[in-house]
Write a protein that binds this ligand. Structure first.
Ligand code: MTE
Ligand code: HPA
Ligand code: MOS
Length: 805
């Protein structure tokens, strides 16, 4: 079986101090001891007040009045305010300015914050805020609660988007075979362990300091400045770490930062806002659920000749990040496949629910899931193993091989010159013993009337870069102190993904010092300005390069001193193992630093990086949005109880491309975590809103089921596909945060595979060739289980019932 640390991971050329080494997470010892400081762990300043949010009890209505006096009279309450009391702009939307901090004029979803309460204790603030129903006067309006309903009414938060190549309709009409269908996939709650939180401290002369759990300190700085009507230079936002973000703190930490800051300005006292889990669910948005209607034409081998699809996202009440999310969904409908004629239409439906936002994968999973479902159906219609159909549709090999160069161009016009999916899948088919297990499962199912097993292999191709080109920039600031220790600050944020560890490794590598000599500090808008969100998996790519740039400046200055000292060539000077050397000469790094100080050499440096070569036309959806692609594939085997609908993942084999890993321990952790998180999305995590009132019914772990340790498969083989990134990324590594979230597609399609075995409808050619002719005869009937995601027991039973009908 694959051993995770096989391969040239410990390549001697890659310094033991720095990159390529499985160093533990920089805060691991603090995480396990409970000593890592999150915002709520910071010692509270004297006089700190606690804020709570008064939420709309209706999904849609006209806000007629708020009796704030009644709120202020409640026990322990110090102050209360509404939208009209905001000194600056009542807006915290990241792109389109349709996101009020507090509702004004209308309420647009059940749970929308309408007012804020400040009290001496958190409990008193929450009790007062819970009186919302009594103090709010709202005239009800009819809510629109589902994406399909909004789509029918053409109610969108943004204009529809179209990604088109060739003539899909004509290609489908001319195809020897066709199928059409619909699919539904639910949203997903980020369920960060540390909820949203902000702690604001009013400073002298109109200044404001906000400690905030956020992936985007610069955006928080900007929205706080707007809300207060002050300059950005008066606002400082700091984030040492988050207890998870997963996209949920890319834009939606804004409301909390703004409320805390407005409250701190009003009272002159420090104010902390930390909603409880239920309110966090009710107030903030999550992954967009999608609905799809599609039509494809294909040939006898299962090759797609033309595809037309409508992607209807539930955007919620406002645009938030739905534009870039839909763009990424459209740009991932191709996944790893060449689609000669394609017409993909994206609709961001406006509903009276929480405003949906970033979540690991950022629309990519929702785009790619659709083509995987289509290929699965084609395979079942043809009586083929879905893997065979996937393979004939792969993009052309990049290194020669394919005669047709056009098989390497995406529908959005980017040429793929780094395709490794063929080799990666070949390897995984072999190491996972796919063919043998396919036969064993067919035999098992033939003998097992109730329990059915299923197997699936799905590939991933994921584009790396923000699909808003100018976000692809980063800065860093590196200080060297006189004892030779180094402090790194960069624009990225730490949310558990190990970014600070990787950036510190890069700096340690450049300066040739042990990793322990490098410390990462809290992200701080007063150190590195105008940063992008830590998102799109680009944290290490961007900030690693920026920190490398800064460290190289320092190394050059120190090397110049060594050149003077020893009268050697700059090219001879080496930085390794805590020493600077040239031939026989060497000096401790710290000693050279002291000499540099004495010689009045600047011992801190800034660094900057901008990803080269990106361009994007947001009207035509054409260009080169991605610096490179990350690939992967997974094989999952499940067992389904066809009487109860329960399913279990028995074994998963993952092979994921991280380029030349900066830190294989962290990367494997990211791959495993993303896999299990994505499996939760597709199997157990179900969001339900009350169909009349629009109340989110699944707003706590009692009703919303994320995976637990028990859901990890007993056999879990995770391996990195190590090869240099052909793009000039940081040490030839690849981004890893999001792409592996698509690996558990294999779990969903394995469940579909098991469901299809019900009633002897197993139609895999390689598994049961004798069934093939029968399968062909049944064409035109429902050959595929119309399974929706998440594949909860209920969904599985519905699919089984449909097959038996
Ligand atoms: N890993 C942990 N432990 N916690 C997180 O919140 N967020 C994911 C991913 N991995 C996340 C995580 C998301 S949504 C992204 S975009 C990336 O990490 C962001 O970090 P990176 O760009 O440094 O990989
Ligand atoms: N990912 C995350 N956030 C973003 C992106 C993206 O691709 N584009 C703009 N914001
Ligand atoms: Mo990640 S969804 O880009 O924060």
């Amino acid at each position: 079986m694959n051993k995770p640390h096989e391969g040239p991971l410990l390549d001697a050329a890659r310094s033991a101090a720095g990159v390529g080494v499985p160093h533990p997470h920089e805060s691991a010892h603090l995480h396990v001891a409970g000593e890592a400081t999150y915002v709520d762990d910071m010692p509270e300043l004297a006089g700190t007040l606690h804020a709570a949010l008064g939420l709309s009890p209706l999904a849609h209505g006209t806000l007629v009045g708020i009796d704030l006096e009644a709120v202020r009279a409640l026990p322990g309450v110090v102050d209360a305010f509404g939208a009209r009391d905001i000194p600056g702009r009542n807006d915290c939307g990241p792109v389109v300015h349709d996101d009020p901090i507090l509702a004004d004029g209308t309420v647009q979803y059940l749970g929308q914050p309408v007012f804020a309460v400040l009290a001496h204790t958190r409990d008193a603030a929450r009790r007062a805020a819970a009186r919302a129903k009594q103090v709010l006067a709202i005239e009800p309006l009819p809510p629109v609660l589902s994406a399909r309903e909004a789509h029918a009414l053409r109610r969108y938060v943004l204009p529809p988007m179209h990604l088109v190549r060739g003539d899909a309709q004509a290609a489908i009409a001319a195809s020897p075979r066709r199928l059409a269908g619909s699919l539904s996939v639910g949203g997903q709650e980020q369920f960060y362990l540390e909820g949203q939180i902000a702690y604001a401290i009013a400073l002298e002369d109109g200044g404001m300091l906000v400690h905030c759990s956020t992936q985007h300190p610069s955006e928080m700085q900007a929205v706080v400045a707007h809300a207060l009507g002050i300059d950005a230079h008066a606002v400082r936002v700091e984030c040492r770490r988050m207890g998870g973000g997963f996209g949920g703190k890319e834009s939606q930490s804004a409301l909390f930062a703004c409320i805390a800051a407005i409250a701190a300005r009003r009272t002159g006292r420090p104010v902390k806002l930390r909603p409880d889990r239920d309110d966090d669910f009710l107030v903030t948005g999550r992954r967009h659920g999608f609905e799809y209607d599609y039509e494809v034409g294909y040939d006898d081998d299962g090759r797609v000749l033309g595809a037309r699809i409508d992607l209807i996202a539930n955007a919620g009440f406002s645009a938030d990040l739905s534009g870039p999310v839909m763009t990424r969904a459209l740009c991932h409908f191709d996944n790893a496949y060449w689609l000669p004629h394609v017409a993909a239409h994206g609709y961001s439906a406006k509903t009276n629910t929480q405003s949906n936002t970033a979540f690991r994968g950022f629309g990519g999973p929702q785009g790619a899931l659709a083509i995987e479902a289509i290929l699965d159906e084609i395979a079942r219609a043809l009586g083929k193993d879905a893997l065979d159909v996937r393979r004939v549709n792969f993009y052309g090999r990049s290194a020669g091989g394919d005669a047709h160069a056009e098989r390497r161009v995406t529908p959005y016009g980017q040429a793929i010159d780094d395709n490794i999916v063929h080799a990666l899948v070949d390897r995984l088919v072999h190491t996972s013993d796919y063919a043998q297990r396919r036969r064993e499962i067919a035999a098992f199912n033939a003998a097992s009337p109730v329990l059915k097993r299923g197997l699936a292999l799905t590939p991933v191709k994921f584009g790396i870069s923000f699909n808003v080109a100018h976000f692809n920039q980063a800065g860093a600031l590196v200080h060297v102190y006189l004892d030779g220790s180094i402090l790194v600050n960069h624009g990225g944020t730490e949310m558990g993904q190990g970014l600070n560890t990787k950036v510190a490794q890069v700096v340690a590598h450049e300066l040739g010092v042990p990793l322990a000599r490098v410390r990462s500090t809290a992200t701080d808008t007063s150190k590195v300005a105008n940063t992008s969100a830590t998102a799109a998996s680009t944290g290490a790519d961007l900030n690693g390069k920026a920190a490398q740039d800064a460290a190289r400046k320092l190394r050059e200055r120190l090397a110049a001193l060594a050149v003077q000292r020893w009268r050697v060539d700059a090219a001879q000077v080496r930085f390794a193992d805590g020493f600077v050397s040239a031939g026989e000469q060497r000096i401790a790094f710290a000693e050279l630093v002291r000499e540099a100080y004495a010689a009045r050499v600047q011992l801190w440096a800034d660094g900057f990086y901008a990803t080269p070569g990106l361009h994007w036309n947001r009207d035509t959806l054409q260009g080169k949005p991605f610096f490179y692609f990350a690939y992967g594939a997974a094989v999952s085997e499940v067992v389904v109880d066809t009487l109860t609908g329960e399913s279990r993942l028995l074994r998963a084999d993952l092979l994921h491309d991280v380029g030349r890993s900066l830190n294989p321990a962290i990367d494997i952790g990211q791959v495993e975590g993303a896999f299990i998180q994505g499996m939760g999305w597709l199997t157990t995590e179900e969001l339900k809103w009350h169909p009349q009132t629009g109340a989110l019914l699944t707003h706590a772990p009692s009703t919303y089921k994320i995976p637990t340790a028990n859901d990890c498969p007993a056999v879990f083989n995770v391996a990195l596909y190590e090869a240099d990134n052909p793009a000039d990324s940081i040490h030839r590594s690849k981004a890893v945060g999001e792409p592996p979230l698509l690996l558990p597609f294999s779990v969903f399609f394995a469940i579909r595979d098991a469901v299809s075995a019900v009633g002897g409808q197993r139609v895999s050619r390689s598994a049961a060739p004798e069934a093939n002719s029968g399968a062909r005869k049944r064409e035109g009937l429902v050959m595929h289980p119309p399974l929706r995601a998440p594949a909860t027991p209920e969904a599985v039973l519905d699919a089984i019932a449909a097959l038996r009908a």
